[in-house]
Design a protein around this ligand. Structure first.
Ligand code: PBG
Length: 325
């Protein structure tokens, strides 16, 4: 309808009015908070490129989880920095691995949190790739067995959800099989379905000590230029048994989040990754951006794009800000 009859500003006049017609509402309940578990006791070591994010030993992780739950955040995702790395990532699958210990400790403390685990080998291999190396490349099928055993060991330790992030073909199917065969048919799989080969993972690799020692991840993670392929990956994972799918990173891929949300009938998660966090932190430290404002704006944009769940290092701060609103 033409001006002057149509005046969109009428509905923007007061905060109360704006809140009545607001289409997207962010809530602490949308967040999943990533945590990095390392060996030792009373270790809490800040990651240089990610101010406010720490590698923590199991005892510190338990303390942190209490705080996360108190803030109304329903879930965490655990990444492990193992005692030792080798060429096949043996420490990913052991009963007493750091992640397995952390899961047991959180469960023992009876903290009301959904414990998700990242299932991948890059933190556990000495070469830093997400699978085993054969003839200079990451070998798909032999990697599946190790990933499956890793997922099983997480489930045995008490993980509520397992989340494979390796981007090997067929891993969701293999993980579903091994979980079902061992009495864990109730443990859901959140697959990193459309995971792009992104420069925005840089700070994470410092946090998880997982940068590849040679080459890059382009032979298994997706080309940032591709859109159809994201849907192909998502459909394949759902067919293989994924209960939820993820798009990663989030901010440079809001179009993909929207497409996936429109195309599937399972919950869609988006990972607001390390580089997206560090960028904001750096600008804020320089006094160039208002952190509170831009963080809530960015997280709202991810939700508006269609994400039902948001993995974000901003979860705790955002939950505090939302509670005060
Ligand atoms: C792989 C994994 C990565 C991230 C989550 N899982 C890194 C990678 O693929 O190199 C990145 C998360 C982030 O950047 O915050 N296990």
């Amino acid at each position: 309808m033409p001006f002057p009859i149509h005046r969109p500003r009428r509905l923007r006049r007061t905060e109360l009015l704006r809140s009545m017609v607001r289409e997207t509402e962010l809530s602490a309940n949308d967040f999943i908070y990533p945590l990095f578990v390392c060996p030792g006791k009373r270790v809490k070591k800040e990651i240089r490129s990610m101010p406010g994010v720490f590698q923590m030993s199991v005892d510190e992780i338990v303390k942190e989880c209490r705080e996360v739950a108190r803030l109304g955040i329903p879930a965490i995702i655990l990444f492990g920095i193992p005692e030792e790395k080798d060429d096949v990532g043996s420490h990913a699958t052991i009963e007493n691995g750091v992640v397995q210990q952390a899961i047991r400790a959180i469960k023992k403390a009876k903290i009301n949190l959904t414990v998700i685990t990242d299932v991948c080998l890059c933190e556990y291999t000495n070469h830093g790739h997400c699978g085993v190396i054969e003839a200079g490349d990451v070998a798909n099928d032999p990697t599946l067995e190790i990933l499956a055993r890793e997922a099983l060991s997480h489930a045995q330790a008490g993980a509520d959800i397992v989340a494979p992030s390796d981007m090997m073909d067929g891993r969701v199917k293999r993980i579903r099989e091994i979980l079902d065969d061992n009495g864990f048919s109730n443990v859901p799989i959140l697959s990193y379905a459309a995971k792009y080969c992104s420069g925005f993972y840089g700070p994470f690799r410092e946090a998880a000590e997982s940068a590849p020692k040679f080459g890059d991840r382009r032979s298994y993670q997706m080309d940032p230029a591709n859109r159809h392929e994201a849907l192909k990956e998502v459909f394949a994972d759902i067919e293989e048994g994924a209960d939820m799918v993820m798009v990663k990173p989030a901010l440079a891929y809001l179009d993909i989040i929207r497409e996936v949300r429109n195309a599937v009938h399972v919950p869609v998660a988006a990972y607001n990754v390390s580089g997206e966090y560090s960028m904001v932190k750096a600008a804020v430290r320089n006094g160039w951006l208002d952190e509170h404002r831009v963080v809530l704006e960015l997280l709202t944009s991810i939700k508006r794009a269609g994400a039902d769940l948001i993995l974000t290092y901003f979860a705790k701060d955002a939950a505090r800000w939302l509670a005060k609103k």
